[in-house]
Design a protein around this ligand. Structure first.
Ligand code: GTR
Length: 402
């Protein structure tokens, strides 16, 4: 008891300073409230969903609208022009191992335009077209240094190339700055100003998902890239955006959530670690305005995060956690995966089951449609995580190099 209290207190101190020091956060499994989740297989009108047809034309569409209206806001598709230009390239990057392309993706709408920069390394030795991993990078740009003078474990591009995958990334700042005061300055004000006044309008996470979709638009035009074998990856807030991307955009073969926590893979109703109130208070610009209605009232949400996982079906989804990252609720993240992938199993009849209990630390589970691991250690995206994602993709795509 003393230990639990001490742990809760130290985590509290770690995460909160000043005004939030009074708020209490739960890290004790026995204090998780009883909750019941919305049924994946019953539509809002009460229809039973039992076939692929029902799922794809009815329930999945309905679920995506629910996430738009209550959590992330819309992701507008309207644009007048989309163009790609090669800003620079180096065919002998990484000591000859990779072809570096820096692509400017320009989107125009109503006479305005924005440009986002895609960094792409393609392995020279691998067969073409090459499967690709796209990282949504919200951290310091040095994590994705195209010159490779700085190399960070957050995006181990050399390892990705070594294993025969293309490594792509963009910085969220190009579409929406990760900042409450300036998030609207990029695509929101420039291309989609009407979203800013809508209660279910796009905000930061939706804008990052929009950016990932534009990267996919580019992949589809590059003959060196196998756009049908593309994975979207994000860590933490980037993992929330990655899930929102893969849930909506069926072009992604694999959707990867690394430590995405509250508003990502973790079930909101568990109120374990970070809560809806806390995330809306600290990061109001990530979610649409309607999400505020569920502060301390998670049970009123017409959805929970397992339904976001479900929307990826039948495509593959991977949820990873870290053992010391209790703030992100590894158990809640796993439960979402377990429950959400019922659609893969029960509607699409895909092979393989996930265990009902939380898997052990560093015992990765790789099924044909779902992946999971809990890494030892803290909240981060590390080479260990990337290696597991590449193992999973190699297995899924039937690549020799595992
Ligand atoms: C935290 C936030 C989490 C997570 C994390 C991160 O402060 O509470 O939801 O997004 O930031 O992105 O690293």
């Amino acid at each position: 008891m003393y230990c639990k209290a001490f742990l809760a207190l130290s985590l509290l101190t770690f995460h909160f300073s000043g005004t939030f020091a009074q708020e209490e956060f739960n890290y004790d499994e026995s204090r998780v409230p009883e909750y019941s989740l919305p049924d994946l297989f019953v539509s809002q009108q009460g229809a039973v969903i039992s076939s692929i047809q029902d799922w794809e034309h009815q329930r999945r569409e309905e679920i995506l609208r629910l996430f738009e209206d209550h959590v992330y806001g819309q992701v507008p598709e309207s644009m007048d022009d989309l163009s790609f230009s090669l800003a620079s390239e180096d065919k002998e990057a990484m000591e000859g191992k990779a072809h570096l392309k820096e692509i400017d993706i320009r989107v125009q709408r109503n006479g305005q335009s924005i440009t986002m920069r895609l960094i792409l390394f393609i392995p020279n030795m691998a067969p073409k077209p090459t499967p690709v991993f796209l990282l949504i990078n919200h951290r310091d740009p040095e994590n994705i240094d195209p010159t490779r003078k700085v190399k960070m474990g957050f995006w181990p591009a050399e390892n990705i190339i070594e294993r025969g995958f293309a490594a792509a990334t963009f910085h969220v700042k190009d579409v929406s700055d990760d900042n409450n005061d300036t998030f609207q300055e990029d695509i929101l004000q420039t291309l989609y100003p009407e979203q800013l006044t809508m209660e279910n309008g796009m905000r930061g996470l939706g804008a990052w998902a929009w950016g990932a979709m534009r990267a996919m638009d580019y992949f589809e035009t590059d003959p060196q890239i196998d756009a049908k074998k593309a994975a979207v990856v994000g860590h933490s807030r980037g993992g929330k955006a990655s899930l929102w991307t893969g849930a909506q955009d069926t072009r992604w073969a694999i959707t990867i959530s690394n430590d995405s926590g509250c508003g990502g893979a973790a079930l909101s109703r568990r109120r374990f670690g970070e809560t809806v109130r806390r995330i809306n208070t600290n990061f109001p610009y990530w979610f649409t305005d309607n999400f505020d209605r569920y502060n301390d009232r998670e049970e009123l949400l017409p959805l929970d995060q397992h339904m976001l996982i479900a929307a990826t079906a039948p495509r593959a989804v991977y949820v990873a956690s870290a053992s010391e990252d209790q703030w992100a609720d590894p158990k809640g993240e796993y439960l979402s995966l377990l429950l959400g992938t019922r659609v893969h199993r029960e509607i699409y009849q895909m092979d393989g089951t996930l265990p009902s209990g939380l898997p052990e630390v560093e015992s990765p589970l790789h099924l044909p449609y779902a992946g999971h691991h809990i890494r030892e250690g803290k909240h981060n995206l590390t080479p260990y995580d990337w290696e597991r994602y590449m193992d999973f993709a190699s297995q899924l795509y039937g690549l020799a190099h595992e």
